[in-house]
Design a protein around this ligand. Structure first.
Ligand SMILES: [Mg+2]
Length: 238
């Protein structure tokens, strides 16, 4: 017999999470590692400059990550292209050979060391465990990379994990959310899906028949958004 948990959005039998910038603070890890890997190339850059540099890299203005998801670029290619776009904004051009390789290697080595869970994650997982509610993650990156990321962030207790290579499709294809539901052994309409991306997480999950919730940690204005949203995972229970 499945347990039922009362949440701010009704009674649920399972919870699925996005990973990046939902469970783990990827933006912090990326911007900190970026600065470490790039400081020698941008001596004297001020705080506002580093913030701008980080925004160009982390926010998808270039759509290189979308091209990775579409199979047009490898993971490392999209990462390097985003790095070069950010460096190029400040007039730094890496050559195609040794300079690019060194930058990419340095960044790739550092970034995982800065990945950490948000402080509201463990208390929620504790509450779900106490209530006997199954949970898992559905992510727009490949399974093994995200498995290592969760484990590195101290979240190995999240044993159910669906990546883009699990079903061969990324969010917002309904199949990827529904595989998460299948693994939890719940039904879509009683399963919450929570993530920081309004389109891919909240709206995509709703379109797949789940209870999609937008985790809007930064309070981004959302004119026209009629779905569920919370500012923190603390807001989910009670
Ligand atoms: Mg995310």
């Amino acid at each position: 017999m499945q347990q039922v948990l009362a949440t701010a959005f009704g009674n649920v039998q399972g919870v699925l999470f996005d990973i990046d910038d939902t469970l783990v603070d990827l933006e912090f890890a990326m911007t900190t590692a970026l600065r470490d890997a790039s400081e020698h190339l941008l001596p004297g850059l001020d705080t506002a400059g580093w913030e701008k540099f980080g925004r160009i890299f982390t926010h998808e203005t270039t759509h290189f990550y979308d091209r990775y998801l579409a199979g047009e670029l490898t993971f490392n290619e999209q990462r390097l292209l985003r790095g070069r776009a950010a460096l190029g904004h400040f007039g730094v051009v890496l050559d195609d050979g040794e300079e690019s390789h060194a930058w990419l290697t340095h960044y790739a080595r550092l970034q995982p060391t800065y990945v950490r869970a948000f402080p509201d994650v463990v208390p929620l997982l504790d509450a779900l465990d106490a209530a006997g509610i199954p949970y898992g993650a559905v992510s727009n990156n490949v399974h093994d990379y995200q498995r290592a990321k969760l484990d590195g962030a101290g979240l190995s207790r999240i044993s159910t994990l669906v990546g883009t290579d699990t079903m061969g499709v990324p969010k917002p294809d309904p199949a990827i959310y529904l595989e998460g539901v299948r693994l939890l052994g719940t039904s879509p309409e009683t399963t919450l899906y929570i993530g920081d991306n309004r389109l891919l997480d909240a709206e995509g999950a709703v379109a797949a028949g789940l209870l999609g919730v937008w985790l809007n940690r930064i309070g981004e204005p959302a004119p026209g958004f009629a779905g569920h949203q919370i500012r923190s995972l603390d807001r989910l229970l009670g």
